[in-house]
Design a protein. Structure first.
Length: 174
């Protein structure tokens, strides 16, 4: 399955061909595709309308972690970075974070999120992960990461945990 990005805030002929002729499995949205929730929902409905009859819907994805990595800004909830969940240490809060973010995305048609960050923040000098990581404790990352994932799933959003093999101990971006 291929996932592709595209330019613009409305359907264009190149994207239309990718879906109807090339049969891609999904699209990733970036800030360049978004003006407001109403426009985004309309765009996603247009994209989904291009799938062949009896075909599964497209995966419409976004990289929406909270904190620094937030693609959906205008009129969307601004969630804190994952480290806040780690500091709180609450399973319930991690679950509610996942379900709230997942429901907000599903409301406009996004059904996949490249989150949560499951890196263990083992290198304090790491300029890439930092606050994006839940914790420097692998047990906390695993426990709270599972709760976030459960929240996403219960909201009807496919979570894609990242980064593998891991960014937590790196000193530069990949």
């Amino acid at each position: 399955m291929f996932v592709s990005g595209f330019e613009g805030t409305s359907l264009n002929s190149q994207t239309e061909k990718l879906i109807s002729e090339q049969g891609i499995g999904g699209l990733i949205l970036f800030e360049r595709n978004f003006e407001n929730p109403k426009q985004l929902k309309s765009l996603i409905e247009d994209l989904q309308s291009l799938t062949a009859p009896n075909s599964p819907p497209l995966f419409i994805s976004v990289d929406q972690e909270g904190g620094r990595v937030t693609r959906l800004k205008n009129n969307f909830t601004q969630f804190p970075p994952m480290c806040c969940l780690g500091k709180a240490g609450s399973d319930d809060l991690a679950y509610r974070f996942g379900i709230a973010m997942g429901k907000e995305m599903r409301a406009v048609g996004i059904n996949m999120d490249y989150a949560p960050v499951l890196d263990v923040h083992s290198n304090p000098e790491n300029p890439i992960i930092g606050k994006r990581a839940i914790s420097s404790d692998p047990d906390v990352v695993a426990r709270l990461g599972c709760k976030i994932i459960q929240g996403f799933q219960d909201a009807g959003t496919v979570p894609v945990g990242k980064h593998f093999p891991g960014h937590g101990d790196t000193s530069q971006d990949s």
